[in-house]
Ligand binder design. Sequence first.
Ligand SMILES: Cc1cc2nc3c(=O)[nH]c(=O)nc-3n(C[C@H](O)[C@H](O)[C@H](O)COP(=O)(O)OP(=O)(O)OC[C@H]3O[C@@H](n4cnc5c(N)ncnc54)[C@H](O)[C@@H]3O)c2cc1C
Length: 397
Amino acid sequence: MATMQHDLTLSRAAALDHLARAIPRTDRAYAEGRNTDRGPEVQPSTTALSPYLRRRLLLEEEVIDTVLAAHASGEAAKFVEEVFWRSYFKGHLETHPSIWTDYHRLVAEGRHRLATQSGLRQVFEDAVAGRTGIEGFDDWASELLHTGWLHNHARMWFASIWIFTLRLPWALGADLFLRHLLDGDPASNTLSWRWVAGLHTRGKPYIARAENIRRYTEGRFLPSGLDENPAPLDEVVPHATLPLPSPDPLPGGEVALLLHLDDLHPESLPLGSARVVRVGGLLAHAPGAAESVRRADEAAMADALVRASARFGCPAELVTEGWSGALPVVTAWAPVGPSAEVLPEGCRRVRRHWDDLVWPSATRGYFQVRKAIPTILRTREEAAGAMPLVTGRTSAP
Ligand SMILES: Cc1cc2nc3c(=O)[nH]c(=O)nc-3n(C[C@H](O)[C@H](O)[C@H](O)COP(=O)(O)OP(=O)(O)OC[C@H]3O[C@@H](n4cnc5c(N)ncnc54)[C@H](O)[C@@H]3O)c2cc1C
């Protein structure tokens, strides 16, 4: 079975089916095998759940609950920690939004350099086309463009070689990933590239080593010519930590529900006394997203609209001018990224209880979140049944 395909069906039903099939592999076997990238022709050593999780066709907490129902917590600990990385990165970007704006500035700056420096442009074009001559790197470039997915270790090696051996601007690599990955995610992608560069954990870059690549590709690749002793990148001004904005007060009575690509599970949005009478879908793709990514976004949104229509018993379609009439618009929280940038003025954003549990610990390194995992899981367990999956202050109708 190939790892991932461009025509992957992105729906809630497919997500649940994929999760059910992945569960048996999320125990100790996951911890032991997850670093190995066996290549695109065989089943990956990881779950490949990311395109569903990225759009919240599956919720992080739902995946963790399912895994912990199937395995003892010690057996599934590594997998659970990995899912928490997603929640951590989202909370970290939410509390450091200047990283996202700075990333955009660096992409524009990188493009300007490509336009004016022919040497750099040649290296960039060779890297994207997979013709650098670097074993492994060229294969991952081609795999990215042809399948829309890469194993985590391949992403790390690719980013490291891009930055430290090819000396290309990190933001242009992050942009390439964001446009082509079926799980392309502003937080996980931007912060992972910064982590590889030594900007997230400052001064500690991730260095791709030929021997490590040989070992974890089971001998498929042994590249030569890698810079294995580079200096980390640096930046002048560290990004400020901002307090988490509060969720908006929820109106009661009739509302229009806006769906976006960061949260496509409207069934689990506890909306207080609000009554959904209209649903609109907002498609805000990553800028320059590949056709395959746009198609995946559209399929996921179409599926969510059908489910929302059935759940609320009302019309649901992509937003058009005036779609909400005079109704108050309610939406799931959109974390920093393309959806948040185009949410209509005045719409009320409800935040999931999960995000409220994890994000306050995400202001610094991952360690803080990792330490909080037992408390977070216990709090959820205690609240089960008593607390909705989403928080939002309820105001009078
Ligand atoms: C340079 C670079 C860029 C990346 N860009 C993205 C991106 O755009 N979108 C994206 O979703 N992930 C990104 N990642 C993180 C990670 O590579 C993917 O989430 C993971 O490979 C998805 O495969 P999986 O579902 O099989 O993961 P599994 O190992 O099966 O893990 C289960 C879930 O846990 C979460 N997870 C696992 N590892 C990580 C991680 N290192 N960081 C964050 N969450 C993780 C994901 O939600 C994943 O689906 C990037 C990593 C690197 C090094």
